[in-house]
Design a binder for this molecule. Structure first.
Ligand SMILES: C[S@@+](CC[C@H](N)C(=O)[O-])C[C@H]1O[C@@H](n2cnc3c(N)ncnc32)[C@H](O)[C@@H]1O
Length: 306
């Protein structure tokens, strides 16, 4: 059977009309100040359909009635609408590219900056798997650099329950399956079927509630990861979010997107590609000669895919 990126059946939303989705959006905005309009309709309809089925409601009208009187269901829906799938070292080749190419240069650049620090921001950090993977990578390969360039890692997500789990840093085995055995033994303590990240690494990441649609509220960052999150937003909101990211990056700062995400619209003027395969871009001055410290990786196949 064909499945969509979020794992649901492609026609599951067919019976939810645009009007019904607007009604659900208005309930969510009024009762939870959650803005559904920034996400793709088809994706949201599929997620709503899952809740309609699980609650045994006959249709979207009955489900709207339930939402109006049941706070628990409102929270369940809110949770289902934001997808939290993640794992440590998701797309390992991207982490290898950060290790071999991006981080060495960023440390050099940051050591010459007035602030002398390096700030890393993970937007849509889910259960902390991505920022903690970066913390492991830095500890394994850049301890010397971090002594002269203090480095901060911040994870931000809109979902408080997910952030609570991120701070707890207690994972099932499927979340850490990409972690090499030697690193598992070094950085996780097994407790029954669960794996607890060691305190030194938990302390290396701070987590904040935040909405990617207001990235500008974050402090300037040298490296921003926004992977597997943009894909759920409408094209115009993707563009707004990317502008927000460009606003907090310095010139030559880096953004990493997910494998199925890319720069859209006018914001392309503000970035140039560093590694097309891994969707890594650096910020440039718009309308300039686009000069920057990075050289684009040459990879004919991936350039065609862009
Ligand atoms: C699929 S996960 C991606 C996790 C991680 N970046 C990765 O690639 O493995 C998407 C995350 O984006 C978060 N998210 C969705 N909408 C958001 C918003 N408006 N602001 C901040 N985070 C959001 C979700 O709560 C979820 O944790």
């Amino acid at each position: 059977m064909t499945v969509t990126p979020d794992g649901s059946a492609p026609t599951a939303h067919a019976d939810i009309t645009d009007k019904e989705l607007v009604e659900i959006a208005s309930i969510l905005m009024k009762r939870r100040t959650f803005d559904l309009s920034v996400y793709k309709d088809a994706c949201m309809k599929r997620r709503v359909a899952i809740r309609i089925r699980s609650t045994g409601c006959r249709d979207a009208t009955e489900y709207c009635d339930l939402l109006r009187r049941n706070n628990h269901e409102l929270d369940m829906l809110r949770k289902v609408l934001t997808i939290h799938v993640s794992q440590f070292f998701r797309n390992p080749s991207m982490f290898e590219k950060l290790r071999s190419r991006i981080l060495p240069e960023l440390f050099r650049t940051c050591s010459r900056n007035d602030s002398g620090v390096m700030r890393i921001l993970c937007l849509g950090c889910a259960g902390g798997e991505e920022p903690y993977s970066l913390a492991i990578l830095l500890r394994e390969h850049f301890s010397a650099e971090m002594r002269s360039v203090p480095t901060s890692i911040t994870g931000c997500d809109i979902d408080d329950e997910t952030l609570r789990m991120a701070r707890q840093a207690d994972y099932t085995e499927d979340r850490i399956k990409e972690v090499p055995v030697v690193l598992r033994e070094r950085y996780f303590r097994r407790e029954g079927s669960r794996f607890q990240l060691v305190p030194e690494l938990r302390e290396a990441v701070s987590f904040h509630h935040g909405n990617v649609t207001s990235v500008a509220e974050h402090q300037p960052s040298d490296l921003v990861l926004c992977r597997n999150t943009l894909i759920y937003f409408t094209r115009s909101d993707q563009e707004k979010i990317l502008h927000g990211i460009a606003d907090i990056l310095p010139e030559n700062g880096i953004v990493v997107l997910g494998k199925s995400e890319t720069l859209v619209g006018d914001v392309r003027r503000r970035f140039t590609s560093v590694c097309p395969v891994e969707r890594i871009y650096c910020k440039v001055k718009p309308d300039s000669d686009r000069s920057n410290i990075w050289q684009t990786d040459y990879h004919p196949k991936s350039i065609k895919e862009e």
